[in-house]
Design a protein around this ligand. Structure first.
Ligand SMILES: Cc1cc2nc3c(=O)[nH]c(=O)nc-3n(C[C@H](O)[C@H](O)[C@H](O)COP(=O)(O)OP(=O)(O)OC[C@H]3O[C@@H](n4cnc5c(N)ncnc54)[C@H](O)[C@@H]3O)c2cc1C
Length: 286
């Protein structure tokens, strides 16, 4: 196995594109190293991106926050401006594993590992985040929901990697939230999860919303019907009821030892409603 730690994105892309055999990006390694140790994969090439300086930075620009692909989830929690603008995204990233895991793991790695239960992904999808993908053919910007295409599979082509995740500039009176259900208090995989992001007008009426659900389908779902159910409302009981119904209707979960289809479908509604209430209050709604 060859290990490389290039200092530029261009060099990382060249290495990945020229690789003979299987090539993997290494960010925090909290998924990759576990899979290697378990013998599930045996990479011919590992490209560590942590020495690429722009990938280690969070930048605030006129268009929002650019989160480098190698920024750890712990670093996100220490960025006050990011926490203020996107509390739901940061709380999702800070639910991953333990303090030790958070010191290593990244949101881009969470996204590219392509688990339907990945914690940061519903929050990123609800936020309308874009992945900046660099590859042999240049750069493209992709909505995060289009990166995972099935459990463990992404839409990234050979030689491509995610350079950064871009969270859009915040409009006034906006808020987001992420909630997951796990049977323990931490260190577990989401049985169901929900991310909600919304914007209000001056009267507290929701003008924009995005609702995403995790662990209820092969990939994280962006549920347009759930967003429609609350747009134009002040999140009254009738709107919440419709939101819950739309969330449950979108679920296509599996039965497994961690949760049944029936349980996941029901809890998706509960979490979507609770996350919407938190997001509404964070946006200044009363
Ligand atoms: C003890 C433990 C607890 C965990 N708990 C949780 C949890 O509660 N919730 C949760 O969602 N996950 C959990 N995980 C899984 C893991 O920590 C997360 O998925 C994490 O965000 C992965 O990030 P990473 O930087 O470590 O990724 P890595 O392991 O470095 O990479 C993961 C995958 O993505 C690819 N990749 C990484 N970065 C890029 C990039 N920039 N461009 C293209 N491909 C890339 C890698 O090649 C690899 O295939 C846990 C893992 C452990 C070991």
């Amino acid at each position: 196995m060859q290990y490389e730690a290039p200092e530029t994105t261009k060099a990382a892309v060249s290495l990945l594109a020229a690789a003979k055999g299987s090539a993997y990006v290494l960010a925090g390694g909290s998924d990759l190293l576990v899979r290697m140790k378990g013998g599930f994969i045996e990479p011919d090439l590992v490209v560590d991106i942590k020495r690429i300086k722009p990938m280690r930075e969070v930048k605030k620009t006129a268009n929002g926050f650019v989160v480098g692909a190698a920024v750890s989830c712990a670093e996100l929690g220490e960025n006050k401006a990011l926490v203020k603008a996107w509390p739901g995204v940061v709380e999702a990233a800070n639910l991953i594993g333990s303090k030790q895991v958070q010191g290593r793991c990244t949101m881009a790695g969470n996204l590219c590992n392509a688990s339907p239960a990945a914690d940061s992904v519903p929050a990123l999808v609800a936020a309308g985040a874009k992945a900046v993908v660099q590859g042999p053919k240049g750069k493209r910007s992709v909505p995060v929901e289009q990166i995972p295409v099935g459990p463990g599979k992404t839409s990234l082509k050979r030689g491509e990697l995610i350079e950064s995740l871009v969270l859009p500039a915040r409009k006034p009176r906006s808020g987001d939230a992420y909630l997951r259900f796990i049977p323990r208090s931490e260190m577990d995989i989401a049985v169901v999860s929900a991310g909600v992001n919304l914007t209000l007008d001056a009267k507290g009426v929701i003008t924009e919303a995005r609702v995403a659900l995790g662990a209820v389908a092969p990939t994280v779902l962006l549920v347009a019907a759930a967003a429609r159910a609350i747009i134009g409302t002040r999140l009254d009981d009738a709107a919440l009821e419709k939101l819950g119904q739309a969330a449950s209707a979108a679920c296509r979960p599996i039965d497994d030892k961690r949760g049944t289809v029936e349980f996941r479908t029901k809890v998706a509604a509960v979490l979507a409603k609770r996350a919407a209430k938190i997001a509404y209050s964070r946006a200044g709604g009363k």
